[in-house]
Design a protein around this ligand. Structure first.
Ligand SMILES: [Zn+2]
Length: 387
């Protein structure tokens, strides 16, 4: 009996101690949770840079406050957006920070090229014929009397009296190595250049606008931005090569294949995660410059075979201007001048990346002029003039 009551007492004592332990544990967990949530809030506040005033705005931070992946240019000291939500990052299009001019320089460039594309498509009566073919009776198309509604003509500029059979003769003539007898130049190489430029300028704008959101998006958009530049460079070769070698299919195919292969290689290597970091700046610049210089061979070839062409000097001037503009832009990109000389003085306006953007747009405009000259020249002379 005594033994029984003693064991019951011991059991009760153990149970009481266990309950106490559990309560203590619960209390500790609760304290930990409280501390945890406080720390989480503190961390979030630190990460999101929430304004202490509780206004819901996100303040701009200094270079030293940036997460490692955003530290690219130590000479730009302030006005960074860091880890902002997408909506805030998007709306920062209309506010001042150290990426505002980077975003707008390429966004305006994109709008310019978009407008130019629309103008070219508007002046291409075949497009209206094609759309009429797609949506019969849906629209009131203002179509010139001589416009063909055949979709096969979509990407060709032809003289008004050209017919489909002439076009077919031309295509088969080119494929068989024989120059076509008609004045006909395809518009698609010109459109390839315009599309490549628009893609590059738009991805660049998006990258500068939204890269501040998160590490993941930063990496993704940076890769896309570099790939966009490679596409633009490769696309730039299409009009001069296509028009200059329109009547010599073997050269045209050779040069276009080389530049397309280089473009694909560049895009693939630039999409690799390792290629995005700051230390690869020189590698990227080298890759883009090498792609640009690859154009020297067909450029010299074009000049030699068209030596007697009066407009040769005009196109060479435009292309030389483009090369100089791109090279100067790349120089700014690599050297990080002028902010290197006076860190913190060019954070908002005048830093190297903004200069790089301006020179890229100017170079693209110079190349647009050259491409237009090539197109107009080939349209005028057709084949037989230059072999
Ligand atoms: Zn940029």
């Amino acid at each position: 009996m005594v033994e029984d009551s003693e064991s019951t007492l011991a059991l009760e004592e153990t149970t009481a101690m266990e309950t106490k332990d559990r309560r203590l544990q619960d209390r500790n967990t609760c304290i930990h949770k409280k501390n945890g949530s406080k720390q989480l809030k503190k961390w979030k506040r630190k990460i999101y840079n929430k304004d202490d005033g509780g206004t819901g705005k996100y303040r701009l931070v200094s270079y030293d406050e940036l997460p490692e992946y955003m530290k690219e240019n130590e000479f730009l000291r302030k006005y960074y957006r860091s880890e902002w939500p997408l909506s805030h990052a998007f709306l920062s299009l209309f506010s001042w920070h150290n990426e505002t001019i980077n975003v707008w320089t390429h966004l305006l460039g994109f709008l310019l090229f978009f407008g130019l594309t629309l103008i070219h498509l508007r002046n291409m009566p075949q497009l209206f014929g094609f759309l009429r073919h797609l949506f019969p009776g849906s629209f009131r198309w203002k179509i010139a009397a001589n416009v063909s509604s055949n979709p096969g003509n979509l990407l060709w500029i032809t003289s008004p009296n050209n017919k489909l059979d002439q076009l077919t003769d031309t295509v088969t003539g080119i494929l068989s190595g024989q120059p076509p007898p008609y004045s006909v130049a395809p518009l698609w190489p010109f459109l390839v250049f315009l599309a490549g430029s628009m893609l590059c300028l738009l991805t660049s704008s998006l990258c500068h606008l939204l890269c501040c959101h998160s590490r993941r998006l930063n990496l993704f958009l940076s890769r896309l931005d570099y790939a966009g530049i490679a596409v633009m460079i490769a696309a730039s070769f299409f009009p001069p090569i296509s028009y200059a070698f329109l009547c010599t299919a073997q050269w045209r195919l050779l040069y276009l294949s080389i530049i397309s292969a280089l473009g694909v290689l560049a895009v693939l290597s630039l999409l690799a995660p390792e290629a995005t970091g700051g230390p690869y700046r020189a590698f990227r610049a080298l890759l883009f410059t090498a792609m640009g210089l690859t154009g020297l061979v067909p450029a010299v070839h074009i000049s030699v075979v068209n030596w007697s062409e009066a407009r040769r000097r005009e196109t060479i001037s435009c292309e030389a201007a483009m090369a100089v503009l791109y090279l100067v832009g790349t120089g700014f990109y690599v050297s990080r001048v002028p902010e290197r000389w006076r860190p913190g003085k060019f954070d908002l306006v005048g830093h190297s990346h903004q200069m790089f953007h301006v020179f890229v747009v100017a170079g693209a405009i110079a190349h647009y002029e050259a491409a237009l000259l090539f197109l107009e020249w080939r349209e005028e002379v057709g084949c037989g003039f230059s072999r």
